[in-house]
Ligand binder design. Structure first.
Ligand code: HAM
Length: 420
């Protein structure tokens, strides 16, 4: 029996791991510079946390969650998105330190599980680079979240990115808009697709981002024109800051997002050329979510970026590490041990070098010098140390530069100094 990985998942093998690490580390550093601290939450949570926050009628809650009863008969769900766990952790760990006005800034790099239909760029386990800023309703914070993503994509060498922006209003203006939307669409309801007919009843706003009836939705009333004064003012200020930061945007009234917790700002980053799954990242404001999760009324705004989609876009644009000049760079020393008599000394030296901070390897198959040197070169080691019986007797080693082929003799006692 040969096993295969579950459909819609990926193995990250040593050949591609450096590319993943590069993207993750770049994000961590950037988030750190913006003042976000790392949050790690469990891979699974109470099912109810996701149902309450994401919304029961959403695709995620109704058909995509990995939910099961554990042996104690508790309903458990694998992390279906990052915001609800962040809010839960914010409350549970009192991250506001009892100052309700305090802005708490969190970032995470985590796997997310959704029973989606797998295709290029869409997986059942994907990873998100996410940030959440909890505790401020200032439009400048919405703009900070957006600008972090914008600058991150630029740093990743991605071009051709569009920022699509909308406001989904708040409980005081959104319901009236939804009524108006339903009234407008009611006459054409029989002609709309099956999913629109279902959404008409369960989640009318989501009709706006229907792929099938997309063109019809152009005629639907626009939420940005129906906002209350507060939401309209908020949007204008977000746009003003984005303008000042030089971040271009398009207002797109079909951006409503697939999660129910959004209020006011909602946005998505899209890129062409990575296939149907062009959403590189998305997010928005969620001013009611903390309260919904049992906390005091607390505003919040955040974003999640699909890691695999960044990798895919980098690949398509030829931005892989393997493609950059000088990468992969030569590094480390290969210890060529020749003969049984030197083996113990070689293993001691191996440990000494590793503990001194050098990447060092030996050939446990103990092949010929030629075979070992060829291997060391193909594995891109920078140098080789040659230790045979003669060298051992004389208290020296041979030190070979694998890039130039140049070789010198170095007294054993000076080796470490020389390598550093
Ligand atoms: P989301 O739009 O569901 O938002 O996901 C964010 C991003 O994750 C997407 O734009 C996409 O790049 C990536 N993504 C989503 N599903 C998949 C998949 N099946 N395969 C590969 N990549 C995928 C959220 O999850 C919100 N929690 C974002 C947020 C944070 N809003 C406020 N704070």
């Amino acid at each position: 029996m040969r096993y295969q990985r579950p459909i819609g998942t990926q193995d990250v093998t040593p050949e591609i791991a450096p590319e993943w690490r590069f993207v993750e580390e770049s994000f961590r550093q950037l988030a750190g510079r913006y003042g976000y601290g790392e949050l790690r939450t469990p891979v699974f949570e109470d099912t109810d946390l996701f149902l309450r926050s994401v919304g029961q009628e959403t695709d995620i809650a109704s058909k995509e969650m990995y939910t099961f009863d554990d042996r104690g008969k508790r309903s458990i769900t694998l992390r279906a998105e990052g915001t609800a766990p962040a809010v839960r952790a914010y409350l549970e760990n009192h991250l506001d330190r009892t100052d309700k006005q305090r802005l708490v800034k969190l970032f995470y790099v985590v796997p997310i599980f959704r029973y989606d239909r797998p295709q290029a760029g869409r997986y059942r386990q994907h990873h998100q680079l996410g940030i959440e800023a909890i505790g401020s309703s200032d439009p400048a914070v919405d703009a900070e979240v957006i600008s972090l993503a914008w600058n991150f994509y630029a740093q990743m060498g991605l071009t051709g990115i569009k920022l699509l922006l909308n406001s989904v209003g708040c409980p005081s203006c959104a319901p009236a808009y939804v009524e108006k939307l339903k009234q407008t669409l009611a006459p054409s309801l029989p002609e709309l697709c099956e999913s629109c007919q279902r959404r008409y009843v369960e989640n009318p706003l989501r009709m706006l981002d229907c792929k099938v009836d997309h063109d019809r939705m152009a005629a639907a009333p626009k939420l940005v024109e129906e906002l209350c004064d507060e939401c309209a003012g908020h949007l204008q200020q977000v746009l003003a800051v984005l303008g000042a930061l030089g971040i271009p945007y398009e207002i797109d009234h079909t951006i409503v997002r697939g999660l129910d917790y959004y209020t006011k700002t909602a946005f998505e980053f899209q890129i062409e050329g990575i296939g149907a799954q062009s959403a590189l990242g998305g997010g928005g404001r969620y001013d009611g979510l903390v309260e919904k999760c049992g906390g005091p009324p607390t505003p919040g705004v955040g974003l999640g970026m699909g890691l695999e989609r960044v990798l895919l876009a980098r690949q398509q644009l030829g931005q892989t590490l393997a493609g950059t000049a000088g990468f992969p760079a030569r590094a480390g020393v290969f210890l060529v041990a020749l003969g049984d008599a030197v083996w113990t000394e070689a293993l001691t030296l191996l440990q000494e070098l590793r503990l001194a901070g050098l990447k060092t390897e030996v050939d446990y198959r103990r092949r010929s010098m030629k075979a070992q040197l060829r291997f060391a070169d193909s594995e891109l080691f920078a140098q080789a140390i040659i230790l045979g019986e003669d060298e051992l007797a004389q208290g020296i080693v041979g030190l070979k530069d694998l890039a130039t082929g140049e070789q010198v003799e170095v007294p054993r006692g000076e080796l470490l100094e020389r390598l550093k």
